[in-house]
Design a protein around this ligand. Structure first.
Ligand SMILES: Nc1ncnc2c1ncn2[C@@H]1O[C@H](COP(=O)(O)OP(=O)(O)OP(=O)(O)O)[C@@H](O)[C@H]1O
Length: 217
C-alpha cells in the first residue's frame, strides 16, 4: 500500500459477514484513495453485492471497522460520503424520470452546479424527462441510475455491476462518468464478474472468494 500523507477516503479493516451463521466473506482489509477505483471481482454468489450493501450501511457486518477520511464512519458520515448504485434500479414506477431524480436528490442531496436536465443529457436520456420510470428499458433505467450518481455530492461511489444491461455507448458512458468523478476528487468501488469492461483509471483489485479472499494492488 502506498505511503500517503492524507488518510484514504475509505479504509476497511477486518470486515466479515455471515448469513444464517455461515461465513460469507472476510475478514477483508482494503482501502480506496481519492482518484482511485477498487475493482471488486469474484464469481456469482461470492458476496460482492453483499459487501457493497454492508459498506453502504444497508446490512450489518459481523465484525470490522470502516473509516472515512481517517475517522470511524457513523450513519451521517456514510450518508454524506457514499452514493450506492444497486444491481437493480430503485425507482418509483409511476413517477417520471425527472420526478424520480428530484425525489432522490431531495433524499440524498444534489451536487452544486449540476441540474437534473443536465444529468439527463449527460446520460443520453434527453427527451425522456417526462417518461414514467416503468416505461424505460433496462438500459435506460441503468442510465437514469447513473444520472442520480452524477448528481450526488458524495465522493465515494459504490457501483454494483454498473456495466450490466448497457450497450457499448453505455459502457463508454460509465467509464467517462468514473473518470470524471475521480478527476473531481472522488473514488469508486466497482463490482464485476470480469465479463464486462473495467474503467480506464488507476485501479486496485479485491478478488473475493468464498469465505476467504486474496487481494492484490
Ligand atoms: N436476501 C438474501 N437472503 C439470503 N441469502 C442471500 C440474500 N441475498 C444474497 N444471498 C446469498 O448470499 C450470497 C452472496 O450474494 P451476493 O449477491 O452478495 O453475491 P454476488 O457476488 O454479488 O453475486 P453475483 O455476481 O451473482 O451478483 C449468495 O449465496 C446469495 O444466494
Amino acid at each position: 500500500m502506498p505511503i500517503s500523507s492524507s488518510p484514504s477516503l475509505l479504509t476497511v479493516r477486518g470486515l466479515s459477514f455471515s448469513r444464517n451463521e455461515e461465513p460469507l466473506f472476510g475478514p477483508l482489509d482494503f482501502s480506496v484513495d481519492v482518484g482511485e477505483a477498487l475493482l471488486v471481482r469474484g464469481d456469482n454468489g461470492v458476496g460482492k453485492t453483499t459487501l457493497l450493501r454492508v459498506l453502504a450501511g444497508l446490512l450489518r457486518a459481523d465484525e470490522g471497522t470502516l473509516d472515512i477520511k481517517g475517522h470511524a464512519a457513523d450513519r451521517e458520515s456514510r450518508a454524506r460520503a457514499i452514493a450506492y448504485l444497486g444491481h437493480l434500479p430503485a425507482f418509483k414506477a409511476d413517477l417520471t424520470s425527472l420526478e424520480n431524480l428530484e425525489f432522490l436528490c431531495a433524499l440524498h442531496g444534489r451536487r452544486e452546479g449540476r441540474s437534473l436536465e443536465a444529468a439527463m443529457a449527460t446520460v443520453g436520456l434527453a427527451g425522456y424527462e417526462d417518461s414514467p420510470a416503468r416505461t424505460l428499458s433496462a438500459g435506460q433505467k441503468k442510465r437514469l441510475s447513473l444520472a442520480r450518481m452524477w448528481l450526488s455530492p458524495a465522493p465515494l461511489w459504490l457501483l454494483d455491476e454498473p456495466y450490466a444491461n448497457l450497450d457499448l455507448g453505455g459502457i463508454d458512458l460509465v467509464n467517462r462518468l468514473i473518470v470524471g468523478h475521480l478527476d473531481d476528487g472522488g473514488a469508486t468501488l466497482v463490482t464485476t464478474h470480469g465479463a464486462y469492461a473495467a474503467p480506464p483509471v488507476k485501479t486496485r483489485e479485491l478478488v473475493m472468494q468464498r469465505a476467504v479472499w486474496s487481494g492484490a494492488e
